[in-house]
Design a protein around this ligand. Sequence first.
Ligand code: BGC
Length: 401
Amino acid sequence: MHFPSSFLWGAALSSYQVEGGNTHSDWYLWEREKHLEPAGVSCDHYNLFENDFFLASRLNINSIRLSIEWARIYHEPLRAQLDELTHYQHVLEVLHKFKITPLVTLHHFTNPVWFNKRGGWLASKNIDFFLLYLKEVVGQLKEKVEYWLIFNEPLVYLYYGFIEGRWSPGIKSLKKAKLALNNIITAYSLGYQEIKRIYKNSQRRSYVSFAKNLRAFYPCPRFNLGLNNLSAFMRDRMFNLFLLEYCAKKNLMDFIGANYYCKEYTKFGGLTGKECNHTFHKERRNDMDWYIYPEGLYEILVRLKNFRLPIIITENGSAESKNHLYEDYLIAHLKSIAYALHADINVQGYFWWSLLDNFEWHKGFAPRFGLVAVDYKTQGRFVRPFAFTYAQIIKENGMEV
Ligand code: BGC
């Protein structure tokens, strides 16, 4: 089955997870406060990006999703670090040199330290700081970028940072999470309109959206199936659909950015149900303990068709202890996309998470998601065997299904 000729065959990265040395970011403090494994120099991608993108181009990858670290550009609220903007200009030039299309994320879970100290996403007056950063970055980089993702997985960020409190800023309050959500939605809406304004007089087009985490919610078959069913339905509405429906209704998305990894069993509890922790031994799980369920990607794509917008899979991937499991995961999920294309669903791109092994937030460096393995002691890069399979599929622009 052939994929569309303009298909974006990609791999994704995020600044804090790979760059190293992001000492002005809130996660830098958080790791110290909570005694977590620190990101440190991570993959030193800040210095080795050219080498990393060269490897990507050798794997036939034609698109890279990366993020800009807000705290690098704004060490303080109002003054941008021009040298850091020049750095990202250079990063984009290198991508273009390799004929790789960039997708740029503006917020991938981290904030500047000063932003959190002023109340972070809980204070509506702080939205202006984010918009200032957005204007500056988009204004400077507009000639080199067409695809923008304003936020990565806002609901995941809010869940871990404001409900569970496991991530910075470590808040555990549903009320505050709702407040932060409102502010993030406002920042997104204003940011979307601002990017459109900036591109009005540009030669380039802009495609703007956010990356939405999506899971295949299934009722836990143990105990009360009826109630679990209801919870799975509620969870699907809340965590998969609500934000997409809101933005689609307001015309605030040019495409859907879909991050899909796994299935979740849901049990009854609270308004939106809970993740069921029971282990289903017959089902495959990866190193993150996630249930692998490629059919879920197809099921979700079928439902996303109703939005009548192009879809880009902005993240999909797995951390595995065995090489052949990466390959199984990749092929099975690409097949789901092939079936979706066959069903006339407008999927325009696929990004493996991640190009490199990287810093997996509170789990540190143990989970390894990379097409390219990283030796953190030497900063050596080693292409995993399944990456060659990916390269071959890209070369053929398709696969047998
Ligand atoms: C996030 C990444 C993370 C990946 C694997 C995604 O939801 O955007 O930052 O590393 O999941 O957990």
